[in-house]
Design a binder for this molecule. Structure first.
Ligand code: 13P
Length: 253
């Protein structure tokens, strides 16, 4: 039985004041009921991570990083390692988010190193995959997702892969208001689970959580979560409103 998981990706939003007030509102508005039955995490910008982790420390809400670097320390100006993130109370790290792939030019090979570094540093990676609109229109969704998952998990043992959460985020649905229909998302999630069954074993495929992301709102969260292979939601814009994020958590409960 997979416990639902809702994560908020704040992207490059909030400031030193609003990051804390958002975290506090999420705690006070929720979650002692839904929090028991749903895993919840928020991923603030790096500079506010420590303060948000502190604000959430008495709650069951976890903190995740939006990215990590592949090395653990050294002369890598501007980068942040898994061990630093672990040190300040992070549990999760997004790896290969669509904006990092398509705006910052990250490759599957780099993302594979990030997933490996996250696990090595004691973090739980959330590996993001998803196709572009042109790829969906050319019926290449399964091919693209297969390539991303195989490349980004290359070289990891089954024990290590069991630390991973997959997030299916079709690029055309991110920040566009165009959500995948529950059926489209379910089809992709079912495909991913069967791929993982082929790559690993039945237990891993059954237990791994696959989140959907892309214009998730309170109004569509329930229908998405009703699908058999949608185990949770990775929420961008709507996670910046405590009321919307709490409503989404409740829909997932
Ligand atoms: P939106 O919910 O704003 O579409 O963003 C989705 C996303 O990229 C979460 O990581």
């Amino acid at each position: 039985m997979r416990k639902p998981f809702v994560a908020g990706n704040w992207k490059m939003n909030t400031d030193s004041h609003t990051s804390i007030s958002l975290a506090e509102s999420i705690v006070s508005g929720s979650l002692e009921t839904a929090g028991q039955s749903v895993s919840v995490a928020v991923c603030p910008p790096f500079v506010y991570l420590q303060a948000v982790a502190k604000a959430l420390s008495a709650s069951s809400i976890a903190v995740g990083a939006q990215d990590i670097y592949i090395e653990s320390q050294g002369a890598f100006t501007g980068e942040i390692s898994a061990s630093m993130l672990k040190d300040i109370g992070c549990t999760y790290a997004l790896c290969g988010h669509s904006e990092r792939r398509h705006v910052l030019g990250e490759t599957d090979e780099l993302i594979n190193k990030k997933v490996t570094a996250a696990i090595g540093g004691g973090l739980l990676p959330i590996l993001c995959v998803g196709e572009l609109l042109a790829e969906r229109e050319a019926s290449r969704t399964n091919e693209v997702v297969t390539r991303q998952i195989k490349n980004c998990l290359a070289g990891l043992s089954i024990e290590k892969v069991s630390a991973v959460t997959i997030a299916y985020e079709p690029v055309w649905a991110i920040g566009t208001g165009l959500t995948a229909t529950p059926q489209q998302a379910q089809e992709a999630h079912d495909f991913v689970r069967k791929l993982l069954l082929q790559m690993y074993d039945a237990q891993l495929a059954e237990e791994i959580r696959i989140l959907y992301g892309g214009s998730v709102k309170p109004g569509n969260a329930g229908d998405l979560m009703a699908e058999q292979d949608i185990d949770g939601l990775l929420v961008g814009g709507a996670s910046l409103s405590a009321d919307d994020f709490i409503a989404i958590i409740q829909a997932a409960a």
